[in-house]
Design a binder for this molecule. Structure first.
Ligand SMILES: CC(C)(COP(=O)(O)OP(=O)(O)OC[C@H]1O[C@@H](n2cnc3c(N)ncnc32)[C@H](O)[C@@H]1OP(=O)(O)O)[C@@H](O)C(=O)NCCC(=O)NCCS
Length: 130
């Protein structure tokens, strides 16, 4: 799993219990999954279709740094299925796992469109093709 993004837990990210608000964390994950899919599928029209079981395993507090990791589970025809793990950068404790996140590639009318991708592509591979 590659951990792409780090986030700093700030006062506005906390719940009344003074730990990281779950909804905030899910918004970060959703954005990360969207950015990852847009880059992999080379299309900015990508939406979240489905999120499977979400397991909040540990908490984070103000000042903690969390890192968001994604793995590709499957390249479908119009979809990209991802697995997500968020962990505490300092302790490496897992904060949350999302088993499957299904992102769907869309055309300009908002209909599912085949993306034609079958494997993860890295920037250096794309650059060397040009
Ligand atoms: C995304 C959307 C266009 C898909 O429409 P749809 O009629 O379900 O399309 P399809 O049945 O052709 O499915 C498209 C892909 O999603 C997958 N999919 C559909 N329903 C799914 C579900 N419940 N769970 C997992 N994957 C699902 C299909 O397997 C297909 O993948 P594949 O082509 O790789 O096999 C439509 O549901 C939509 O616009 N949803 C709102 C999305 C949105 O706005 N998200 C932002 C958050 S609100």
């Amino acid at each position: 799993m590659r951990f792409h993004t780090r986030k700093w837990v700030k006062p506005e990210d906390l719940n009344p219990n003074k730990t990281l608000f779950g909804g905030k964390l899910l918004a970060w994950i959703d954005e990360e999954a969207a950015l990852y899919s847009i880059i992999q599928l080379e299309n900015s029209h990508v939406v979240t279709k489905f999120m499977s079981e979400i397991n909040f395993m540990a908490s984070a507090k103000q000042g903690d740094i969390v890192e968001i990791g994604l793995d590709v589970v499957k390249f479908g025809t119009t979809s990209l299925v991802l697995h997500c793990e968020v962990r505490n950068k300092m302790t490496h404790e897992t904060i949350i796992t999302v088993d499957k996140i299904t992102m769907v590639n869309l055309d300009n009318e908002g209909n599912p469109k085949a993306h034609g991708k079958t494997k993860i592509e890295y920037v250096h591979e794309r650059l060397s093709k040009k």
